[in-house]
Design a protein around this ligand. Structure first.
Ligand code: NAP
Length: 260
């Protein structure tokens, strides 16, 4: 471990960031690892992207390993837990976990007229059910003073009818923060939601200048978020500096739709 990492805010910690092969999860994993934690880089299908994230963490002097498990299917959490504990044992000699970031999620883009029960079930399964049962599963290995960080969405505060089902699934995820904060508080474990707005995770729509302008103008800062804008907030909540913040909703949308 580099000198910088051994002195980082998360030195001697371990973290699982679900869906960290790409996008916001990747940025959170990179920053958490830069602060010294050993990071489990979880993904579903994109092995190359997960390997690249692990390699990027190692290049910056950190430690990480990849864990594959598709969420939203039977046995998902058990598969993830097996990979997580095997990797932690190999990297640290034990299976203790300090930080869980429930980031993996599927977007909707389907309004009331077109949404099917199958699409709805899938969003609930990946975005809400898997995180709940993942918390249940890791609780025995989650150390006192730990962190659970749920990646929600700014859509819990501003309306977009095309994302009704997606927002419902994220609303359910957000409830985990409120209620488990009370349950886990006596152990010094904080549970919070981080809510990004539109974030440039590489979709081709961000290459269209007219789309970029509209999306940028929705924020107070007049630019579209980069994944690190959100990843840095996640890393802050993971740190000891955020020990007195729990059960809350942290808007990381760059002041989206504040008006004016
Ligand atoms: P992304 O770039 O599409 O990456 C998604 C990540 O989640 C990937 O690592 C992917 O793994 C993993 N994943 C997706 N479905 C999965 C499943 N069923 N099981 C296991 N892993 C799965 O995502 P993102 O845009 O960074 O979004 C990250 C989180 O932020 C999501 O919860 C999203 O709802 C939320 N969010 C995003 C935005 C935005 O504008 N981007 C805004 C608000 C909230 P593979 O690489 O293997 O596919």
């Amino acid at each position: 471990m580099s000198k910088e990492n051994s002195m980082g805010k998360l030195a001697n910690k371990t973290a699982l960031v679900t869906g960290s092969s790409r996008g916001i999860g990747r940025a959170a994993a990179l920053r958490i690892a830069a602060e010294g934690a050993v990071v489990a880089v979880h993904y579903a299908t994109n092995t190359d992207a997960a390997k690249q994230t692990v390699a990027a963490i190692e290049e910056q002097g950190g430690r990480a390993f990849a864990v594959q498990a598709e969420l939203g299917v039977p046995g998902d959490v058990d598969t993830l837990f097996e990979g997580l504990t095997a990797g932690l044992r190999e990297q640290t000699g034990e299976t203790a976990l300090d930080i869980l970031v429930n980031n993996a999620g599927v977007m909707g883009g389907v309004g009331l007229e077109d949404i099917t029960p199958e699409q709805f079930d899938r969003m609930i399964a990946v975005n809400a059910k898997a995180p709940l049962f993942l918390v249940q599963k890791v609780l025995p290995i989650l150390r006192d003073g730990g962190r659970v960080i749920n990646i929600g969405t700014g859509l819990l505060r501003y309306a977009n009818p095309d994302e009704i089902a997606y927002s419902m699934s994220k609303g359910a995820l957000d409830q985990i923060s409120l209620h488990l904060a009370r349950l886990l508080g006596p152990r010094g474990i904080t549970v919070n939601t981080v809510a990004p707005g539109v974030t440039n995770t590489g979709s081709p729509i961000f290459d269209m200048p007219e789309v970029r302008e509209v999306l940028a103008n929705m924020t107070a800062f007049k630019r579209i978020a980069e994944p690190s804008d959100v990843g840095d907030v996640v890393a802050f909540l993971a740190s000891d500096d955020a020990r007195w913040i729990t059960g809350t909703f942290v808007d990381a949308s760059g002041g989206t739709l504040l008006g004016g």
